[in-house]
Design a protein around this ligand. Structure first.
Ligand code: ZN
Ligand code: ZN
Length: 326
């Protein structure tokens, strides 16, 4: 029986890391056929054409773009919770029957804080970083797009630095002093809802949600075009992690879902530091860790890896050991 015990790169890095080279390859093939070139650079230039003032584009462009990603993707997940449709997607729920139906009172009570973080705090922090960033952020022209090879290196290194920042900030918020005063808010949802991903105390939103994105962007001096790509990756990953759905071809939410269900394990986003610090031991023993993978099938992880899988594999292992002894 195929039971994996360790993390594979597909569980660690976001699937977008693998889809970008595929998209790049398809684009190159199509460019060859149509005798054109630099398709994505042209697309980026069209976006910059909307307003090519450096400061305005970096500030307002980033605020508008990241908000659009958050609300469009978040509302898509949320519409599945509200309508309970499509029916065929119900099997992808990480915690079956949870949020069925949604607790609208809880959502309405949480919404003002989500709106504050998204519509007020995000623009303020972005404004501070773009303004002081004239010195710390990349000085590359807003029209600059990096090479494909550099883009891939940047995406991988960004995720590793993000993991370190997020893991330690998040773990600190689980110290009993900070937990009671700050992080408890975010854990009100034991079965998370995508749109409520940034339902967090404003201090946590700055230190655990925004800084882990800003720090690698500043350290790596990423140009604005690459910054938007990594911000898309993290936003989609965060919304997926809190969606309650383990959909095919997308990043597995099992790790963070376990964190919300159990509180005291799985603090990181990728799982590397949890493995290193031994803070995912119970998760690793559970069926959830076997299910923690990007699935390339329309079957759900429960269908692929049923609840009694661990039990069955233990029996199989015992039987084969007995045969060896005989
Ligand atoms: Zn937590
Ligand atoms: Zn969370």
């Amino acid at each position: 029986m195929d039971l994996k015990n360790s993390l594979t790169s597909f569980d660690i890095f976001h699937p977008l890391t693998y889809y970008i080279p595929i998209i790049y390859f398809i684009t190159r093939v199509l460019e060859n056929f149509t005798n054109t070139s630099n398709f994505w650079t042209k697309v980026w230039n069209k976006i910059v054409d909307i307003n090519d003032d450096d400061y305005t584009f970096k500030l307002y462009g980033t605020i508008i773009y990241t908000s659009l990603i958050y609300w469009i993707v978040g509302l898509l997940y949320f519409s599945m919770d509200v309508t309970q449709k499509p029916k065929s997607f119900r099997k992808y729920k990480t915690q079956p029957d949870a949020n069925e139906p949604l607790d609208y009172k809880k959502i309405l009570l949480a919404l003002p804080l989500v709106l504050f973080n998204q519509l007020i705090l995000n623009p303020i922090v972005t404004c501070i970083f773009v303004t002081i960033g004239r010195k710390t952020l990349s000085s590359a022209h807003i029209r600059y797009t990096t090479s494909f090879q550099q883009l891939m290196i940047d995406i991988i290194v960004y995720q590793l630095i993000y993991e370190a920042c997020f893991y330690y900030a998040h773990r600190l918020f689980h110290h009993k002093y900070f937990y009671a005063k700050i992080h408890k808010v975010h854990h009100k949802f034991t079965a998370p809802v995508s749109l409520m991903a940034t339902y967090a105390h404003p201090i946590e939103h700055i230190f655990a949600n925004m800084l882990p994105i800003v720090i690698p962007i500043s350290l790596l001096k990423l140009p604005i075009s690459t910054s938007w790509i990594v911000m898309t990756l993290t936003t989609i990953a965060t919304l997926g992690d809190h969606s309650g759905y383990h959909l095919p071809f997308l990043h597995s939410p099992q790790f963070h879902d376990w964190h919300h269900a159990k509180f005291s394990e799985c603090y990181g986003a990728m799982g590397i530091l949890d493995k290193f610090h031994g803070t995912s031991k119970n998760f690793e023993k559970a069926i959830n860790s076997i299910r923690h993978r990007t699935i390339f099938s329309m079957k759900s992880v429960v269908e692929l890896y049923p609840d009694d899988l661990i039990e069955k594999s233990n029996i199989e292992a015992k039987n084969s050991e007995n045969k060896k002894i005989q």
